[in-house]
Structures are given as C-alpha cells and as structure tokens.
Design a protein around this ligand. Structure first.
Ligand SMILES: Nc1ncnc2c1ncn2[C@@H]1O[C@H](COP(=O)(O)OP(=O)(O)OP(=O)(O)O)[C@@H](O)[C@H]1O
Length: 338
C-alpha cells in the first residue's frame, strides 16, 4: 500500500460575503451571508515511500489546503486519507510522530529560546532516543551550517537561518514523510542550494518521502521526480517530470547574429519541418528546433553555409517555461500523466 493514499479527498470553506463599508459590516452582523468555496475538488492521490513529489499550481489552486488535509491540520469535507496507515485528522498525535512539516511562512520553533533548546524540547516531545538525537544534531548542524546561529533564539535569526533551523527541527525524529510548503521562499541562491542538497541527501539516505509545494520551479528540477499540477482545486497532471520535459520541453532555440542578411536561408528554414525561424532584424534571428530531430551542430552548420556567423547562443526550453504555459492556459497537460 502507498505511504500516502487519498480517495475522493475534498475541502470546501464557507466564505463570508460582506458588502463594502460600515453599512455592509453592520448588515453582515445581523444577516450574515456565506458562499461555499470549493478549495479542493475530490481528488485521488497515491504516493509511494521514498518518492519526491512536486505539488504545484498557481496561487489559490488548493495546494496548501491539500497539504493541510494530509498533515491532519484540516478536516476534509469528504473522502478518505491515509498516511502510513493512519487517518491524519483523527490520530493527530500518532500522525505527528511520522511526519515532518515545514511551512515556509511560519516557524514551528519557539520564538524566544535558543534554537538548540527548541531542539532539545522537540527531543522530549517526540521521545527521540539519545543516540538518534546526537547523530542527527551532528549531521544537520554540519550539513545546514547551523553552528553559527544555533545558540540564538528564533526571533534573532535571518530568514535563511530560520528556514534551516525549521528543516532540522522537522527531521530530528526521523519521520518517514516530509511535507514542505514553500521551503525556499525568499531565500538567496546559496541557502536555497544548501537546503535542496540537504533534502536530497535525506531522501536518498533515509528513503524519506518528500512532498513539496513551491512557486520556485528550480526546487522541482533539483528535487523532484514526479510532478503533480493542481488548478482550480483539481489535479490536471500527475506524472514524471522527465516525461513532461521530454514531451514539452523538447525545443531548443539558437540565437544568431550574422555578418549580412541571409534571405535564402530564411526562405529555406521557413519550409523545413521541425525548425522555426524568428527574425529580430535583418542580421539577428533565432532558430527553434526539436532537439530529438536535429542536433545543435546541424543547425549551426546549416546557417554557416549561408554566410558569416558573428555570434550565437543556445537556450533550452526548461520546465519553468512549460509550467508557466500551463498556468497561462497555453498548454494543456490533461491526459498526459499516468
Ligand atoms: N480558511 C479558509 N477559509 C476560506 N477560504 C479559504 C481558506 N483557506 C483557503 N481558502 C481558499 O481556498 C482556495 C485554495 O487556497 P490554498 O491556500 O489551498 O491555495 P494555494 O494553492 O496554496 O495558493 P498559494 O500558492 O497562493 O499559497 C483559495 O481560493 C483560498 O481563498
């Protein structure tokens, strides 16, 4: 059985509808009006132990609501959910022992006590054996570079330091499942890298299942093998990241600057299947091509036959562009997942 299993899982909220101004507020007091907002439509989800899953979607798509149902913070409106055999909402204590969670916008550390003492409290709360605690503290301090701030209180930490401390706190008890909600939000490149490396290592060495929501698509490329896209509360794609890349990020573009205009080349390219010309000026143009049909050297060689190439650079379509196209409604992935 999968480590995370949801069937028909959904969540609706009652949202207050208030007319603007004081009059509206008074009216709402005596005659409150609500509408039902379906945040997550009935969804099915199975995640195997050790998987790394990116759960992405535009703002308001229902990502956090799903994660909150899986972590037991929110009670589902309908459907069933089982996490490592436990109903997370009904058995919150048992569930807490088997999950680690990092919500990028909030901390689970005590605000006014040194980080190292927060860790020590967590050791008691989770009843972490001394040897496990010692090993993890050493490993996490080293990998996340925590020694410089471990004696400070959470209040005094920078965002990057706090995120590292939060990640360590979430994993101290060796949970088999790690939920990450925007774990790299607002962080600089080097801290992001540190956090990604750490998550990767924990996943590989301890087979920790990782479920990640993020708007930073670099997190996905670095960490996740599986991609789930949710939009308006419904899953619109569930499949491997590499498949999406192979099918939709298959184009490469080479930008050329040439010594003189090449009208014959332009005419020829216009008729070549699998290649597309986009002209910026008489001497600047780009050729996009299917990287499974042509090699970059074939394309460059073809252009060079028509005249002098002053400069060129190449770009791959990356997963970021593919997902942006899905969010913008320009690419439909429905039916392409597993
Ligand atoms: N407690 C709540 N009460 C009423 N509506 C809510 C509540 N929580 C979420 N919603 C609504 O449910 C929808 C989904 O919200 P959710 O936070 O799950 O989106 P998200 O995908 O995590 O978005 P973001 O990327 O902006 O964090 C939104 O329309 C939101 O306004």
């Amino acid at each position: 059985m999968s480590i995370i299993e949801a069937r028909g899982l959904s969540k609706s909220f009652m949202q207050a509808v208030k007319e603007p101004g004081l009059g509206g507020a008074v009216k709402h007091l005596f005659l409150p009006r609500h509408i039902e907002k379906v945040a997550v439509k009935p969804l099915d989800l199975s995640v195997e132990a050790g998987e790394t899953v990116a759960y992405v979607g535009p703002n308001g798509a229902g990502k956090s609501t799903t994660i909150k149902m899986l972590t037991g913070i929110l009670m589902p409106s309908a459907g069933t959910v089982s996490v490592n055999g436990i109903n997370p909402y009904k058995k919150r204590m048992d569930n807490a022992a088997q999950i680690g969670a990092v919500f990028g916008q909030r901390t689970q550390l005590w605000w006014d006590i040194p980080i190292v003492e927060s860790f020590s409290l967590l050791k008691d709360i989770y009843q972490i054996p001394g040897a496990v605690y010692k090993t993890n503290m050493e490993l996490f301090t080293e990998m996340l570079g925590m020694s410089e701030f471990i004696h400070l209180s959470a209040r005094k930490l920078s965002l990057g330091q706090r995120m590292r401390a939060d990640l360590a706190a979430a994993l101290l008890h060796n949970p088999p499942i790690l939920y990450l909600d925007e774990p790299t939000i607002g962080l600089d490149v080097s801290v992001k890298q540190k956090i990604r490396e750490f998550i990767k290592q924990i996943n590989q060495e301890q087979n920790t299942t990782v479920m990640l929501t993020t708007h930073d698509l670099g997190d996905i490329e670095d960490l996740c093998k599986r991609l789930i896209i949710i939009d308006h509360g419904a899953i619109i794609y569930d499949g491997s990241l590499s498949e999406v890349k192979a099918r939709f990020a298959k184009n490469r573009v080479i930008f050329f600057q040439v010594g003189s205009p090449m009208p014959e080349l332009y005419a020829q390219l216009a008729q070549t299947p699998g290649m597309k010309l986009a002209q910026q000026s008489a001497q600047e143009f780009s050729v996009s091509f299917d990287r499974y049909e042509y090699t970059a050297s074939e394309v460059v060689g073809r252009v060079m036959r028509y005249g002098e190439v002053v400069d060129f650079r190449m770009e791959d379509t990356n997963i970021e562009q593919v997902i942006k196209a899905v969010y913008d409604g320009k690419l439909d992935l429905t039916g392409t997942g597993e």
